[in-house]
Design a protein around this ligand. Structure first.
Ligand code: UD1
Length: 367
């Protein structure tokens, strides 16, 4: 049988743990030739290469090398570069994941050439149009052929938007596959040791959303609040490049890094970071994926946002939305153990990639 080529779009840090399990599942299938395409949206060693290594992915088959820029520059750069690949070597299917600019850009490029696209992590909606990711999600889901959803709320969103049920398959949360794949190594990783802190007695912090870090006043308030929390509970804060740049530009870096109990560090690889989260007492974040990983691990997650596209992490899990103004008191509550224990959503079971592979074979009539 000739192998069917599937392009898997990897672009930015949150994508890599979604692409890896699918790559591994497809690489095992004799009908399939999965090719990883890196758009270059994230390019630093610690935002990209470290993840490929941890997740056991080969070097990308194709690298588009697009890099940073304004939204239009980045989106257009990926569209132009990916269209060229599609015209030279059209695949049987393009698989896009998540909600970054590259997700939308590759979907548009492929669909304009009438080539099939499947979206993994479809149907999530924050209803916040100020988030670039919400636009990426809406555009991608409107035109992709196949929509793989992580939870029933996502199916409901799509059906309400008039999507026909044949396009939707609920497959579960693929990030849990990555965690399970690497669980033995994550459990051995004592990330906290490097900071001289005790397991179960620290918080992990990540911030990178424009709404939190691009405005001086908001970031200054967050810096002051986090410094207050760190006095009672040591905090480990791996800095995203956007956050580092803004802390420096707004003159806030010194205040934060000299705060007692605050441990600032470079972005961590997947295994080191999950090792950090797994032993944390609480997590403070504005990330999408970490809301889900903490629900899976049963760790209190304080999400510094006023909406979430992942409501199941609240209705069923350990996630709560907090405002900068209430962060300090909510953190105290979480540290004292006054927090729901939560439960794991259905199909967040480590077998999502296998369901994706089966669905591709069925839809391409290869099984
Ligand atoms: C992107 C995604 C966001 C995701 C986040 C995770 C979009 C719209 N946003 O946001 O959904 O949650 O990734 O990290 O797609 N930079 C580096 N090195 C890198 C990558 C970026 O220094 O390897 C710098 C860029 O030059 C830029 C800033 O970081 O100044 C932001 O990068 P960008 O990819 O534009 O957006 P993110 O904020 O990372």
């Amino acid at each position: 049988m000739t192998s069917t080529t599937i392009y898997l779009i990897a672009a930015a840090r949150p994508n890599f743990m979604k692409v890896a399990p699918v790559y591994h599942a497809l690489a095992r299938a004799d009908w399939c030739d999965p090719v990883i395409i890196h758009t270059g949206q994230h390019y630093d060693a610690n935002m990209s290469d470290a993840f490929f290594e941890d997740l056991g992915m080969p070097k990308p088959g194709i690298h588009l090398g697009v890099g940073s820029g304004t939204h239009a520059e980045q989106t257009a750069g990926v569209m132009v570069a990916y269209e060229r690949i599609l015209m030279e070597r059209p695949p049987a299917m393009t698989v896009v994941v998540g909600d970054v600019n590259s997700t939308m850009a590759c979907t548009i490029a492929a669909k304009k050439l009438c080539l099939p696209v499947a979206h993994l992590e479809a149907g999530l909606r924050s209803r916040d149009w100020a988030m670039p990711e919400e636009i990426n999600r809406m555009v991608t889901d409107a035109i992709a052929d196949v929509l793989w959803t992580p939870s029933p709320d996502a199916d409901e969103n799509l059906l309400k938007e008039g999507v026909s049920p044949e396009r939707i398959s609920q497959v579960g949360n693929v990030m849990i596959d990555s965690y399970e794949l690497l669980r033995p190594r994550i459990e051995k990783e004592k990330t906290y040791e490097a900071f001289g802190i005790e397991p179960g007695n620290y918080g992990a912090v990540t911030l990178h959303r424009p709404s939190n870090v691009d405005n001086r006043e908001t970031l200054a308030m967050l810096v002051a609040t986090l410094a207050g929390v760190a006095r009672d509970l040591p905090l480990v804060f791996p800095l995203h490049p956007r956050t580092r740049k803004n802390l420096e530009q707004f003159g806030l870096m010194e205040t934060l890094s000299s705060a007692p109990g605050m441990h600032m560090t470079e972005p961590m690889s997947y295994i080191r970071f999950m090792g950090l989260v797994r032993e944390a007492r609480i997590v403070i974040t504005d990330s999408g994926g970490i809301q889900e990983e903490t629900t899976y691990l049963g760790i209190p997650c304080l999400t510094l946002r006023d909406t979430t596209e992942r409501p199941i992490t609240i209705s069923q899990g350990t996630n709560r939305l907090v405002l900068p103004e209430t962060l300090a008191e909510t953190a105290e509550k979480a540290v004292s153990g006054d927090w729901p224990r939560g439960s794991c959503p259905e199909l967040w079971d480590g077998h999502t990639a296998a369901r994706v592979a089966e669905d591709i074979a069925r839809r391409l009539e290869l099984s």
